[in-house]
Write a protein that binds this ligand. Structure first.
Ligand code: ARG
Length: 588
């Protein structure tokens, strides 16, 4: 279905043309003087130069040629040459009726669906998830959902970090603690035990301990480097340990992501790309892209237009070991082979930008991807505490994600019980649902690239631009609809009629903006646009609610119209929060 803006522009363009001007001047925008009009057209201003004519003369011509309008109740020229516009109430009501009947709420689906791989989450095996991993999961999940909604084939890949030094560190620490374990017996040829020799909480204690020791103890560090190398060479005992680490860790990660309402289609990992490395490196050498520099193998990626120094991309270290870059390049080879994607999008901390510039340039230069394949980087800013520094626990340690979520849920529980509208047995579950909205909305309502301050008090508030406020609005609508149904009302009866007051018209106008919002949120990979939009819709709804008697309306057709508008508002809000990755409870 055609968007409201498009329908308005069509009428105006026709009028421009009839008056002898280029129809492309008929573009319509939301008014920046809401006190005077709802929409405006600035085409006459833009055309003044081309036609060497005062803009208001052009605008006058256009309005004179608009004739009897299907769409506008007002088209008024104001000096120096703007056309101020208002939409006809009946037209708006019809538009919303049509939108209600559209499964996608009038979002236009992609004409040629693309295959897009989103690389997000990016946790490292055996290290507890900390707040640094939160943003990637939340933003990536939302972009994935938005992409699917607009009709693309989107594949989410968690891309586990499973192949680096952390594995060697854990193996080394285990060896120091329990050298008798069969995994360290070089002469052992039998089957290894199926149970891991550690639990997740032991594992989470082992890693920081090993990592701490490696920083001061050089011999220990070298042992860990050697263990990493042996693992990467396929040492049997170490591979068996690696399998245990993976199993224990992935089970725990899955549980954590589930609590965040985040899910991945692929649980691939760095090590999956290893088999592609030898061929890839050989080809890069053969084609003359890779050369040796101080023992290491590198590819130049600097370009003439660079304003800052872009160092060469390192493929192999002097000892032949592969690096983060190597793995990411080989992962591209694998993804191209398995999925032939149109785009690969990485949702990663923006401090890794240089790494991705190098990887993307190297992949293009050496022909790992087709020219038309997009490689994009959505780099996000840091989540800071109230002191403006990276978020920490009260005693200054790295905040574990689980603890952060527990803190939020506790605060939410307190607020919900204080409100006492929910029976105690529901309060716990409700606190979790609302808590998640607080975390996700708090994050997503900021432009991804910016740093933001994680403020528990603000994020959990039921008022202001917060997740709980949006949910509160949805719950309010649900409760009105439930009461209506309890009184025997049918939510599908009747149709949306012309607005009865300003606040209703404003709500109706807001609802028409859904499609454009979702489409541009996808184009710009900008979930914050959806947050800003639903905040406006919620405000518009709440004003309407305060100014209008809904259930006590005596005219049945009018009451049905209000109810249908409520149903549509709820759908717009619930679809939007689903795109953001959270949901609303029945009551709060
Ligand atoms: N595991 C990495 C980290 O914790 C993030 C991985 C991001 N994705 C990628 N393809 N490099 O920093």
């Amino acid at each position: 279905m055609k968007k409201l803006m498009e329908q308005m522009a069509e009428e105006l363009s026709a009028a421009f043309e009839k008056a002898g001007y280029d129809p492309s001047y008929g573009r319509v925008t939301v008014s920046n003087r809401p006190d005077l009009c709802e929409f405006q057209c600035n085409g006459a201003m833009a055309g003044a130069k081309a036609y060497k004519k005062a803009p208001f003369m052009i605008a006058d011509d256009v309005v004179a040629n608009l004739g009897e309008s299907r769409v506008f109740s007002m088209a008024e020229v104001v000096k120096p040459g703007f056309i101020n516009l208002k939409v006809k109430e009946e037209f708006l009501a019809d538009y919303l009726e049509e939108m209600s009947g559209d499964e996608k709420l009038s979002v236009a689906e992609a004409e040629t669906p693309k295959t897009i791989i989103i690389d997000y989450g990016g946790p490292n095996v055996a290290k507890p998830l900390h707040v640094g991993h939160l943003r990637s999961a939340i933003i990536g999940e939302s972009v994935k959902r938005i992409g699917r909604y607009v009709g693309h084939k989107v594949i989410g890949d968690v891309h586990l970090g499973d192949w680096g030094l952390q594995m060697g560190l854990i193996i080394t620490e285990l060896k120091h603690r329990s050298p008798e374990l069969v995994y360290f017996d070089e002469n052992y040829t039998g089957e290894y035990p199926s149970e891991a020799p550690f639990t997740i909480s032991e594992l989470e204690e082992i890693y920081p301990c090993a990592s701490g020791r490696s920083k001061t103890d050089e011999e220990y560090r070298n042992e860990a480097l050697e263990a990493t190398h042996l693992l990467q060479q396929g040492n049997r005992g170490y591979m068996a340990l690696w399998n245990h680490i993976m199993q224990v860790s992935v089970t725990d990660l899955k549980r954590n992501y589930e609590n965040l309402n985040v899910s991945f289609d692929l649980w691939k990992k760095e090590s999956d790309a290893q088999p592609y490395i030898p061929d890839m490196v050989a080809k890069m050498k053969e084609q003359g892209f890779a050369y040796e520099d101080q023992g290491a193998l590198v590819v130049d990626v600097k370009e003439e237009s660079d304003t800052k120094e872009i160092p060469p991309c390192m493929l192999l270290k002097s000892d032949g070991a592969s690096l983060y870059t190597t793995t990411d390049l080989a992962t591209i080879v694998e993804r191209v082979k398995l999925f032939d994607p149109d785009e690969i999008l990485y949702v990663v901390d923006k401090r890794q930008e240089l790494h991705f510039i190098q990887v993307f340039r190297c992949a293009r230069k050496t022909g790992l991807v087709k020219d038309e394949t997009k490689l994009s980087f959505l780099g996000f800013g840091t989540m800071n505490g109230k002191d403006g520094k990276p978020f920490k626990t009260r005693d200054g340690g790295v905040m574990r994600l689980e603890n952060l979520i527990a803190d939020i849920n506790e605060e939410m529980y307190r607020k919900i019980v204080e409100n006492r509208s929910v029976k105690d047995k529901d309060a716990d579950e409700t606190a979790k649902i609302v808590g998640l909205s607080a975390i996700k909305y708090g994050d997503l309502s900021n432009q991804a690239t910016k740093d933001y301050i994680f403020d528990v008090d603000r994020f959990t508030s039921f008022e202001g631009n917060t997740g709980p406020y949006i949910l509160y609005t949805i719950v309010r609508i649900k409760s009105i609809l439930n009461r209506y149904m309890e009184e025997g009302g049918d939510v599908d009866a009747g149709r949306i009629l012309s607005a009865v007051n300003e606040s209703e018209k404003n709500l109706m106008l807001q609802l028409t903006g859904f499609a454009a919002t979702v489409e541009s949120a996808f184009e710009e990979k900008a979930p914050h646009k959806i947050c800003a939009y639903i905040y406006e819709v919620s405000n518009a709804f709440n004003s309407f609610y305060h100014e209008t008697k809904i259930l006590s309306e005596e005219n049945q057709a009018q009451k049905e119209s209000f109810i249908r508008l409520l149903v549509l508002t709820r759908r717009v809000l619930e679809t939007s929060i689903d795109l953001l990755g959270f949901s609303a409870p029945e009551r709060m």
